[in-house]
Structures are given as C-alpha cells and as structure tokens.
Design a protein. Structure first.
Length: 494
C-alpha cells in the first residue's frame, strides 16, 4: 500500500512538471510571436489598397513604393473622352515618412492570436513627389489640346433668313482652358487621387447664349416688326405691307441694336406714291363721242403725303399688329383706282367741239354748247383733269382788263370755271378761236343755272383739245394745264 502511494505521487509530480513546461513553452511562443508582430504587420493588413501582411516597415514601404510607381492619372472630358498619364512620365515617386511605422507601432501585437484572421484596412496618407513641369507638358500634349481637335465656342446670334430672322443657339465647342486643367491636375496628383473629371469651369464658354437678355430683347423687337401687317385701302386691289418686305429694312449691328434703314422706308413710300398717285397722270379717256383721247395735267388725282406717310409708318411698324388704313393723302380723288380714278360722275369739256357734258352715276344729266378761252389771244382754257373747287352765286369775275358779274360760277382751275354769259347770244362752233373768253367756260344762262343746281364741289372735270395746242396764259401754268408751254424756256433752249 505504501509503495502505490509513492508511485502516484511521482506521477503527479511529472504531470505538474509537464504542465508547467507546456505553459512555459506557450508563454515563450506567445511572447516570441508578439515580438514578431512588433516588427511585422498582422496577416490581412491592407494599407490604402496595398497588402502588407507579415511585412516589416521596410518591406511595406517598398511594396507601397512599387504600387505608387504604378500611379495613373485618368482624365475624362465632358464629352466622355478619356486620357491617362502614367507615373513614370511625371517622375511620380513615393516619399517614405513615419506613417507606416506609426501604424505598425499602434498595432496591438499582444492580440496577435485574435488578429491573425480577417482583413484589416488602414488608410495611408501616401506622400509622393512628381515633376510639375512634366505634368504640365503631359497635359498640354493631350489630344484635346491639339488645334485640329479643338472647336472654339460660338456666341448665339441673330441670323437673317428668307422669311425674317431666327435665333441661332450658341455652340459650346470643346476648347479647354489649358492653365485651369494643369492646375486641377496638379491638385489631384498632390492629393494622391487618380481621377480628374473636367467640368464646365475648365472650358471656354460662349459669351452670349440664347438666354442673353439683350439678344432676346432684340429678337422680340424684330418679331414685333415682322408680325406687323399694314393693309392699305388704296387702288383697286389694295396693298399689303408685311414681314416679307419689312425684314429688308431691319438693320442689326454688332451689339444687336435693331434699327431701320430709313432710306428703304423712304423707297417704299415712294413706291406707293409712284404706283397710286394719279395726280397729273396721262389718262385714256373715252369721250362722249365714243372715241378715246389722251389727257394729263391738271390738279386732280390721288397724292400721297410722303413725309407724313413715312412718319406714320415708322410709328406703327413696331406694334406687331394688323392695321388697316389708307395711306396718308394730301389730296384724294373720287375713285380708288390707279387706272380710272374719275368714276362715272364728272364734267366733260370738249374744247375742240365746244361742248360740255355732265354725267351723274354714268347717266348724262346735261350737255350744252359753250364758248371757251380765246386761242388767238393766248387765252386758251386750261386742259387736263381737274375738280370743282367751289361754287358761288352770284359772283364777280375780275381780271387785269375786265370785270364781269355772273349769276353762277363753278371754279375748276385757277380763276377758271363754268359760268353763265348773258352777254353772249351764241355758243359752240368756232367762236372761241377769235372771240372766246379769258379762259372760263361760258354757258347759256339756263344751262348754267341747271348745272349749278346739280353740281357738287369735288366733282371731276375732264377738259381736252382734240388737236395740239400751245397754252401760255398764266392760269394754264398755275393750273398745270396739259398743253401749257413755257415760251421763255422754249426760246432759251432754241
């Protein structure tokens, strides 16, 4: 029994010694491993993407340096083009500091048992150097800075078209600001970043875009001009002025100030006058005998007041409205026509046949033999197209060498008119050639009375000779007689 107790005791001593050995061995191993991780990174350690597990600081720095040497700067334009600049081209190199050592020193080495597994990531503020001048040169050498690949921005502008004007949108182009891109690239590389996206601030931009206040104000002004329509109540068909003509008057300067070329407005008003003025026009007139004579001169007809019409046109043309009106006339006729403005109510005087006719609404109301101006004494009556200026009853006719009282006086030219001639017993024939009046149209008293009762001021008067005559009296000059001849000028030319 005593021997068994001794054996058990010995076994216990050995067991205790073995356990102590194992513990000591573990402690030694633990401490040695902890010591190892005092100079080596834990497995799975990643410094800013670089795996440095079980590496020393020197090894980690070498590995980081290798990774840094592979640096690539990626540049993307706003058009989606991408370019790369590699580290060696700009002498990009890692500059060791204390950060890796500091990360290792902060590593809990005595916790190596629990830190052996898993990924342990640390952000490493990598310090690197590069050649700024080489980076600038590499930027300048990119395809996006080569002249053949550059499209400069273009300002928005107003373009004349066949129908008017239109706003042409600005073109952004792709022209980059070299200095701005170089600075941005340096900043990105300085921060150790790899991507530079070129935003709008790095591009040359148009100075004037389609939302420019002044440009739009000019476009609005032009549109108002082009939307203006003036419908002239003139002639037989009327006349329309619209944007198709107005656009040719518009002047847009380099500052987009919109004005009119007033000379073209003047030309347009002259066009209206040339087309629709009938004052003094030579007309084909169908006589009461059925034939046609040509007669011009006189003071009858349409006359556009060109200065006032231009002034009114310029005041209306920016309204953008449709306006219906007559031109501004300083004289009107009875009928709105370029070819027959006399109408079918008028007086006709056939000087050659010494007869007059009065038509109302195309119906012959009165006709009479007459005696007109004495041709032989240079007092021939004025021919042309006139109008009744006024009527007077009774009246006294006063000339340089005569004074006559009449009952009915209907004036159509300068001091010349229809009137009764109680001193005459005969009318018509060829009396006028030798014993005619001082220029007036003499009528029998009853005929003059009848005409006076029917006639209204403004009625056209068509007076003509069938054979050529030369009129020289002052009243024919003043009244713009068709056959007036200025003898002094005529003799001077001879």
């Amino acid at each position: 029994m005593g021997r068994q107790r001794s054996t058990g005791k010995i076994i216990g001593i050995f067991a205790g010694a073995a356990a102590a050995f194992i513990l000591i061995a573990f402690l030694v191993c633990y401490l040695m491993t902890a010591s190892y991780y005092g100079s080596h990174f834990f497995p799975g350690t990643v410094l800013s993407g670089v795996s440095v597990g079980k590496m020393t600081v020197d090894e980690a720095e070498e590995k980081v340096a290798e990774e840094v040497a592979d640096y690539i700067l990626s540049i993307e334009t706003r058009d989606g083009e991408k370019y790369n600049i590699i580290g060696p081209d700009i002498d990009y190199a890692y500059v060791p500091g204390t950060e890796i050592q500091d990360i290792l020193d902060a590593q809990p080495k005595y916790q190596w048992l629990s830190m052996r597994k898993g990924k342990k990531e640390e952000d490493l503020d990598v310090t690197a150097t590069f050649d700024g001048q080489k980076l600038d040169a590499a930027i300048a050498a990119l395809p996006c800075f080569q002249e053949e690949n550059i499209t400069k921005p273009e300002n928005a502008y107003l373009k004349e078209t066949e129908t008017g004007y239109e706003m042409v949108e600005a073109e952004r182009g792709n022209a980059l600001k070299l200095a701005a891109v170089q600075k941005a690239a340096r900043d990105v590389v300085d921060r150790g970043e790899n991507t530079l996206t070129l935003d709008d601030s790095m591009y040359e931009e148009p100075e004037i875009t389609s939302d420019d206040k002044d440009l739009n104000a000019s476009m609005d002004k032009i549109n108002a001009y082009l939307h203006t329509v003036i419908r002239y109540d003139v002639g037989e068909q009327g006349e329309v002025l619209d944007g198709s003509t107005i656009k040719n008057w518009i002047v847009v300067d380099d500052d987009y100030e919109v004005t009119f070329d007033e000379s073209k407005v003047t030309d347009y008003v002259q066009y209206l006058a040339s087309k629709y003025n009938t004052y003094g026009d030579v007309r084909d007139f169908k006589t009461s005998l059925g034939d046609k004579v040509k007669i011009g001169g006189g003071d009858y007809g349409w006359v556009i007041d060109k200065e006032k019409e231009k002034e009114q046109l310029l005041s209306e043309i920016n309204s953008g409205k449709t306006i219906e009106r007559e031109p501004v006339f300083n004289q009107t006729a009875v009928v709105k026509s370029e070819t027959n403005d006399i109408g079918d109510t008028y007086l006709e005087v056939d000087y050659t046949n010494q007869h007059m006719y009065y038509y109302k609404d195309g119906k012959l109301m009165l006709d009479s033999d007459v005696v007109t101006g004495n041709i032989s004494r240079g007092n021939g009556s004025p021919d042309g197209v006139f109008k009744i200026v006024y009527k007077q009853s009774p009246a006294t006719l006063v000339g340089e060498t005569y004074q006559s009282d009449v009952e009915y006086f209907m004036v159509f030219a300068y001091n010349v008119g229809f009137h009764d001639a109680s001193w005459r017993s005969e009318f018509g024939g060829e009396i006028y050639k030798t014993s005619g009046s001082h220029g007036c149209v003499n009528m029998p008293g009853e005929k003059a009375k009848e005409l006076y009762s029917m006639l209204e001021a403004g009625t056209p008067v068509v007076a003509y000779y069938r054979d050529p005559v030369e009129l020289t009296a002052e009243n024919t000059r003043i009244s713009n007689a068709y056959s007036y001849v200025d003898k002094e000028k005529q003799e001077g030319r001879q």
